[in-house]
Design a protein around this ligand. Structure first.
Ligand code: URA
Length: 433
């Protein structure tokens, strides 16, 4: 048996005591962990040491490179067209990938979007798409390439061969309270995106109550770290810092978010969803060498919708099939006249999750028809007795717990009162320079 060059305990001790890890130590640690030589409890201790003491820029880059090296790297250069992807750090009602991927692809740019499933209060793109009858998330490498060539857009599950070290480490972090660490989040996200082989990447990094990192300055630090990692790896990367204090759009769930995405693709839809889709599409197309592309026109004239239908069909889905309907709905009405001044994203995300739209454990199924439809958004005038929102579920027993999550989560104020929505939707733009 080959002699291992390092000892995990020495590396953990060094990080625990505030030291830094050299590139060869990080490369060995990640490789030995992937092989099963470094034990789960040792990596858990290391993750906590990183969580508490952080990592410098070089260490984060070396960790990212080591996680990329743990698996395969896809290569789309044979396509002969630019490739560009988007990653969102996750939020409530965030269905932007659904209209965005076909919209960008309608300009002849390839969008390989390898996505995940939802865990906790944030929804997963694959869960939303799986509410379309027949649609399948798993594609082989050849199918992925063929669809990118034929349709230009693919949203599918990341294969097990992509950054397997991250897959193991992320599951471990989830159970050891070490998720919310900027070095660990940045290396996790960017190792997958760089291994995926995209030439350019736009990051939607969210802050506010419904986001992973609630404080804007922490979200900015994460965005800056990821943009730097992208640039170091030769992937042109830009980040938008976006506000997730209130739910995005009027639909939170799976099938109802697909319906809302269809409204956007048909040239309508809620203003905030359209604005973010357009902002991200412009960034993606600029990175792909199409800064003048008329994104709004492609939504208005059906080009993006046409691409959506082809994308759904290519993965076995029926774009004309009826989407699942809930067995039960429960409408909450305004108790008085006034203006809706608060609507907290996290509470609405948790409520939708409790209705069955999300999962508590990775193995759990999601209920495609469960969720919340918002009849009023912050700033809207409301009248006593009119609906504020409707809860949808297949299991009526879930409604009481969802309502519990929503206690204190919204407020009707006086006309003229300040609306607490956390400010503009796109708060900043972060580039490598
Ligand atoms: N998403 C990821 O892929 N990794 C993280 O660490 C956090 C969010």
């Amino acid at each position: 048996m080959a002699v291992e060059p390092f000892d995990a305990v020495d590396l953990i001790r060094a990080k625990r005591d505030g030291g830094r890890l050299s590139p060869d130590r990080i490369a060995w640690l990640v490789d030995a962990y992937t092989r099963g030589y470094v034990a789960e409890e040792q990596m858990a201790a290391m993750a906590m040491a990183i969580y508490l003491n952080g990592m410098d820029r070089d260490e984060i880059r070396d960790l990212t490179l080591a996680m990329i090296a743990s698996g395969e790297r896809l290569d789309f250069s044979s396509l002969g067209v630019p490739t560009v992807d988007k990653h969102s750090t996750g939020g409530v009602g965030d269905k932007i990938t659904l209209p965005l991927a076909p919209l960008v692809a309608s300009f002849g740019v390839a969008v390989p979007q390898l996505s995940g499933r939802g865990l906790g209060h944030t929804g997963g793109t694959l869960d939303k798409l799986e509410s379309i009858p027949g649609w399948r998330a798993s594609l082989g490498a050849d199918e992925l390439l063929a669809q990118l060539r034929d349709v230009g857009a693919v949203v599918c599950a990341a294969g097990a061969g992509l950054a397997p070290a991250d897959r193991k480490l992320y599951a471990l972090r989830d159970t050891t309270a070490t998720v919310e660490s900027i070095p660990l989040i940045a290396s996790s996200i960017m190792s997958k995106k760089i291994a995926e082989g995209t030439e350019a990447l736009v990051l939607d990094v969210k802050f506010g109550s419904g986001a992973f990192l609630r404080e804007r300055e922490r979200a900015r630090e994460l965005a800056e770290t990821m943009v730097r990692l992208g640039a170091d790896a030769g992937v042109a990367t830009v980040a938008l810092l976006t506000n997730m204090s209130v739910p995005l759009g009027r639909a939170i769930g799976n099938a109802i978010e697909v319906e809302e995405a269809l409204e956007v693709l048909a040239g309508g839809g809620p203003a905030d969803v359209v604005a973010l889709t357009v902002a991200l599409a412009r960034e993606m197309l600029a990175l792909a060498g199409r800064p003048d592309a008329d994104v709004e026109a492609a939504l208005r004239d059906g080009r993006a919708m046409d691409r959506w239908r082809r994308m759904v069909r290519a993965q076995g889905g029926d774009p004309d099939a009826a989407l699942p309907r809930p067995r039960e709905t429960h409408v909450v009405a305004a108790e008085r006249d006034g203006v809706l001044v608060e609507q907290h994203a996290l509470a609405f995300g948790v409520a939708a999750w409790r209705l069955g739209a999300g999962r508590a454990r990775k193995e759990d199924p999601v209920a495609p028809a469960a969720g919340i439809r918002l009849a009023a958004k912050p700033g809207d005038a409301v009248r006593r007795g009119e609906p504020l929102f409707a809860l949808a579920t297949d299991e009526p027993a879930r409604i009481a717990r969802a309502l519990e999550a929503l206690e204190g989560a919204y407020r009707i104020g006086e006309p003229g009162e300040a609306v607490l929505d956390g400010g503009p939707l796109v708060a900043d733009r972060i580039t490598a320079s």
